[in-house]
Ligand binder design. Structure first.
Ligand SMILES: Nc1ncnc2c1ncn2[C@@H]1O[C@H](COP(=O)(O)OP(=O)(O)OP(=O)(O)O)[C@@H](O)[C@H]1O
Length: 302
C-alpha cells in the first residue's frame, strides 16, 4: 500500500497535507495522533470512502478513488462507531456480509472467538457498545481481506476481549494480511505495530518502529533516585543529554537521551551526593509520543 502526498480539505480547513507512507504486505502499521489530527481522514481516504484533493493512493495496485468495487473485494474495514441497521441480528449481519465475498471465512468460529457466540439472535440495537464493536471487527474480517483497516480497534472493549483481538491481529499478520491500525493506546501500538506514523495537525511528525521512536525521543531513558543530601537541580539540568529534571514525592526524576544517566551520576559525584534506590529505565512510547506531539498540537496549518 502506498500513500503519496495525500491532501484533504474540508472547505477552508486542511485536514491532511502531504501525507506519504508505504506499508508492506503482512505489516502492521499504526497511525497515532491527537484528536482531530487527520487519522480517520487518512484511513478513510485509503478505503475510498473519502476522495482526496491531492496526491495518490494505491492499495495492492488498486486506486481506491477510481475503483472502489475492486478494492472492496480485498479490503476489510472496521470504522470508528460503525452503525448498522438497528433491527439486524448478529447472525443476519454476518450471513449478509459473507454473501458479498467469494471465499468468506466460516464466521461462527470468528464470532465465538470474539465472544459473540451467545448473541447470534440479538439485534444490533440491543448489543452493548463493546459487543457492537466486536461485531464490527467480525464484519471487517469475514471477507478474508488482504488489507484490513481497523480504526480504534479496541476502544470500549474489556481487557479480555482486547487481548483476543490483539491475538487476531497477530494471526492476520502471520497470514500476510496488511493491517492499518488507528489507535490512541500506546500499549496497543507497542504490542502490535511493526512501524508507527505519528500524525499531528494533518502532517506526519515521525515514522519509525516503536523502538526507533522511543530511542529518538528526548526522554529515551528515565533515571530516578533518592538523594543523600540537597541536590543542585540546575547543575543536573546542564548535564549532557538531560531534557528534564524534577523532584517527585521525595525522589529526583531525570529524563534524557541515552547517555544522560551517566552524565547525571557524574554530576552527583561532584556534588558529593549519593543516589540511593537508583533506577534507570527505558522511556516508553508514551513519552516519545508526547515529545513529538505536545509542541506541535497547537499549530494550525496555514
Ligand atoms: N466531514 C468533515 N467535515 C468537516 N471537517 C471534518 C470532517 N471530518 C473531519 N473533519 C476535520 O478534519 C480534521 C481531522 O479529522 P479526523 O477525523 O481525520 O481526525 P482524527 O485524527 O481521526 O481524530 P480522532 O482521534 O478525534 O478520531 C479535524 O479538524 C476535523 O474537525
Amino acid at each position: 500500500m502506498r500513500v503519496d502526498g495525500l491532501l484533504k480539505r474540508y472547505g477552508e480547513k486542511v485536514a491532511v497535507r502531504d501525507v506519504s507512507f508505504e506499508v508492506g504486505e503482512g505489516e502492521v502499521f499504526g497511525i497515532l495522533g491527537p484528536n482531530g489530527a487527520g487519522k480517520t481522514t487518512t484511513v478513510e481516504s485509503i478505503a475510498g470512502l473519502r476522495v482526496g484533493d491531492g496526491g495518490a493512493i494505491r492499495v495492492l495496485g488498486i486506486d481506491p478513488w477510481a475503483d472502489r468495487p475492486a478494492l472492496t473485494r480485498v479490503l476489510g474495514v472496521q470504522l470508528q462507531e460503525s452503525r448498522l441497521q438497528p433491527k439486524i441480528t448478529v447472525d443476519e449481519a454476518l450471513t449478509l456480509w459473507s454473501s458479498f465475498y467469494d471465499d468468506p471465512v466460516p464466521w461462527r468460529g470468528l464470532v465465538d472467538r470474539l465472544g459473540l457466540g451467545a448473541q447470534g439472535g440479538t439485534r444490533f440495537a440491543d448489543l452493548s457498545g463493546g459487543q457492537q464493536q466486536r461485531l464490527s471487527i467480525a464484519l471487517a474480517l469475514v471477507g478474508r481481506p488482504r488489507v484490513a483497516i481497523l480504526d480504534e480497534l479496541s476502544t470500549g472493549l474489556d481487557p479480555q476481549a482486547r487481548r483476543q483481538v490483539w491475538e487476531i491481529v497477530r494471526e492476520l499478520r502471520a497470514d500476510g494480511v496488511t493491517v492499518l491500525l488507528v489507535t490512541h493506546s500506546m500499549e496497543e501500538a507497542q504490542q502490535l505495530c511493526d512501524r508507527i506514523a505519528i500524525i499531528d495537525g494533518g502532517r506526519i511528525r515521525a515514522l519509525d518502529t516503536p523502538e526507533g521512536l522511543i530511542r529518538g525521543a528526548t526522554a529515551a531513558t528515565v533515571t530516578t533516585f533518592t538523594a543523600s543530601a540537597a541536590v543542585d537541580l540546575e547543575d543536573l539540568r546542564a548535564a549532557a543529554g538531560v531534557s528534564s529534571v524534577r523532584a517527585d514525592a521525595g525522589r529526583i526524576v531525570v529524563e534524557g537521551a541515552d547517555g544522560a544517566a551517566l552524565a547525571v551520576l557524574d554530576r552527583l559525584r561532584q556534588q558529593r551526593v549519593t543516589p540511593s534506590g537508583l533506577r534507570i529505565v527505558d522511556g516508553s512510547l508514551d513519552t516519545a509520543y508526547l515529545d513529538l506531539t505536545s509542541t506541535t498540537s497547537e499549530e494550525q496549518p496555514a
